[in-house]
Structures are given as structure tokens and as C-alpha cells.
Design a binder for this molecule. Structure first.
Ligand SMILES: [Zn+2]
Length: 85
């Protein structure tokens, strides 16, 4: 089962369907960008609920599927853990 997420178009906080995202805004340099290396990184898409003001950011689906980019993350970033392993 998929976790409850605003990406489905339904706000997980208030249950409203008044959810909008900026994934159609393709203007370079306008959307937030998370750098992985000097030239590679993630484009951030913001989802907002205009009923309660909840918002959440995700990287693009195409970035998630980008194996080279994810390998770069594995190489450069710390793996998040609770320190018990
Ligand atoms: Zn809401």
C-alpha cells in the first residue's frame, strides 16, 4: 500500500482536494534545486494545499528514476541512519 502523500492530490492533513503543484513550471532557475555535484542535482517540486496551507517538496519522479544521479548521491552523501547499525 502506498503511503498517504499529498502527491495523490489529496491533502493528508485536512483531506481537501485543493492541492496544487508547480511541476508545470519549467522555467530554469526558478524552481529550487538541490545540488548533488557541481553540475548534477535534483529539481524540487512543491505541492501545496490551499485549504490548510500544508506543503511538501519532492524531487521529480524522473530524477528518482535516474540511476546515475542516485549513484552519485550514494557516493557523495551520507546514508541516513539512527546510528545503531
Ligand atoms: Zn490541507
Amino acid at each position: 500500500m502506498q503511503a498517504e502523500t499529498i502527491k495523490t492530490g489529496k491533502c493528508p492533513v485536512c483531506g481537501s482536494n485543493e492541492v496544487y503543484d508547480n511541476s508545470n513550471k519549467l522555467i530554469q532557475g526558478y524552481r529550487p534545486f538541490i545540488n548533488v555535484s557541481a553540475v548534477k542535482g535534483f529539481t524540487v517540486i512543491t505541492y501545496i494545499c490551499i485549504s490548510c496551507g500544508y506543503f511538501k517538496e519532492f524531487i521529480r519522479d524522473e530524477d528518482i528514476k535516474n540511476e546515475k544521479l542516485m549513484n552519485k548521491v550514494k557516493e557523495k552523501w551520507n546514508r541516513t541512519s539512527d546510528g545503531k547499525d
